[in-house]
Design a protein around this ligand. Structure first.
Ligand code: SAH
Ligand code: SF4
Length: 405
């Protein structure tokens, strides 16, 4: 099914390449009129209960209890809330839900990476990916359905439909992952899900308020309690929002640099035409909280004959030094997708590039692609909105077989 057919609103205008605008379509309220409590701050939760008719004292007490059930116990139903009078359960159920995005498909890669295709209440599809490692487990979270930017090497950037995910849908991804990993009740030690990267679909700084509110719920010490040191926000370089991101969110910063000259970055990250490399690196230098213990990650996708020469590597070093950036460089082998106009650099080229950066005293690991076989790797996310569903492909294969037979 195409997600587009489930929308009642007219499609948003698609921003052009030169001046991408952070517009997204409006979010449709739940059809049943109930309010989803996931993603609300503690005070919003209290206000929602008060708006439903509870007096201030009751609202405060119930908000505290419900918060605990949602974020420590993973409850999705009021009926399990044993410290809330049974008589009040129907009242709550009539007005509120503790939602989760719907799981349309869950896949597991041969390397253990898991990808979930999710659907919002109003029929929008988005994806999240869990990457297990020996010493940690990282959840790659989406911030938008699609992306208004059009980086030429990124599959998500070719998606036409865009809407911002709500704070609830962003927190909902973390909740679903915890459900899927069986990690309730919350425990401080021994968790599989230890890290979060805002590196799924979308540009998080073009959905600033929802991303900030969602991460503040995720970091709240009485609930999911993930430390800001274990959360990384990746931006393609929305310069005007970077200072606010530092001040109001305060998580680790990753910047999708990908090129060191204006012509190349203009081409592959079109946002560069608006906020150039110098401006971007200055904003990184000014990012609060960046220091040698908490470096800024510069992501650099390795595209054959495009941005991968030794000269590019030397220029990268020069720029990072010039802005005195506490930096580490993450070299990402280009992950191919159907119709992409690029190829991945050769392993020798990547090694040579990495060595030059490394010899300048800057760490430059090559990121091992994870989950490529299920299209879960960086830049491969693109949902069924424009891709054939598995069921449809199966049907077509069966039809073909019938025709042959
Ligand atoms: N919009 C944000 C975060 C999501 S993308 C951003 O651009 O930073 C997460 C990372 O994957 C970014 O560094 C992005 O440039 C990179 N990426 C996108 N497409 C890719 C591809 N095909 N191969 C490898 N990395 C890719
Ligand atoms: Fe959007 Fe990031 Fe993809 Fe660029 S790389 S199109 S900003 S998701």
């Amino acid at each position: 099914m195409r997600a587009m057919q489930t929308l009642s609103a007219a499609p948003m205008p698609i921003p052009g390449h030169i001046d991408p605008v952070p517009v997204a379509r409006a979010i449709t309220p739940r059809a049943d009129g109930r309010v989803d409590l996931v993603g609300l701050s503690k005070s919003e939760l209290r206000e929602a209960l008060a708006a439903g008719g509870l007096d201030a004292r009751q609202a405060k007490l119930r908000a505290k209890q419900i918060w605990h059930w949602i974020y420590n116990r993973g409850a999705t139903d009021f009926s399990v809330m044993t410290d809330i009078a049974k008589a009040q359960h129907p009242w709550l159920t009539e007005r509120f839900v503790i939602g989760r995005p719907q799981v349309v498909e869950a896949q597991v890669s041969s390397d253990g990476t898991r990808k979930w295709l999710l659907r919002s209440d109003d029929g929008q599809d988005f994806e999240m990916v869990f990457i297990p490692d020996a010493d940690r487990g990282t959840l790659c979270v989406s911030s938008q359905v699609g992306c208004t930017l059009n980086c030429t090497f990124c599959h998500t950037g070719t998606m036409k439909l865009v809407r911002n995910l709500t704070a609830g849908e962003i927190v909902g991804q973390v909740m679903l992952a915890r459900d899927g990993l069986g990690e309730w009740p919350s425990q401080p030690e021994g968790r599989m899900l230890t890290n979060i990267v805002m590196m799924g679909m979308g540009e998080p700084l073009y959905n600033f308020d929802n991303v900030r509110d969602a991460l503040s719920v995720v970091m709240d010490g009485d609930g999911l309690a993930l430390s800001k040191r274990r959360i990384t926000l990746s931006t393609s370089g929305v310069v005007p929002m970077m200072a606010r991101a530092g001040a109001e969110i305060g998580v680790n910063l990753a910047v999708s640099l990908h090129a060191v000259t204006k012509p190349v970055r203009d081409e592959i990250v079109p946002l560069n035409r608006k906020y150039g490399i110098e401006e971007l690196l200055q904003a990184c230098a000014d990012y609060p909280g960046a220091n040698n213990a908490r470096r800024i990650t510069f992501e650099y996708v390795m595209l054959k004959d495009k941005n991968d020469s030794d000269d590019d590597a030397r220029e990268l070093v020069r720029l990072l030094r010039r802005y005195k950036l506490p930096a580490k460089v993450n070299l990402i082998p280009f992950n191919p997708w159907p119709g992409a106009a690029y190829e991945c650099s050769t392993p020798e080229r990547i090694r040579s590039f990495s060595n030059i950066v490394f010899e300048a005293g800057i760490s430059a690991p090559v990121r091992t692609p994870r989950g490529r076989d299920i299209d879960a790797a960086c830049g491969q996310l693109k949902t069924a909105a424009e891709r054939k569903s598995r069921a449809q492909m199966d049907r077509e294969a069966a039809d073909k077989a019938d025709a042959l037979g």
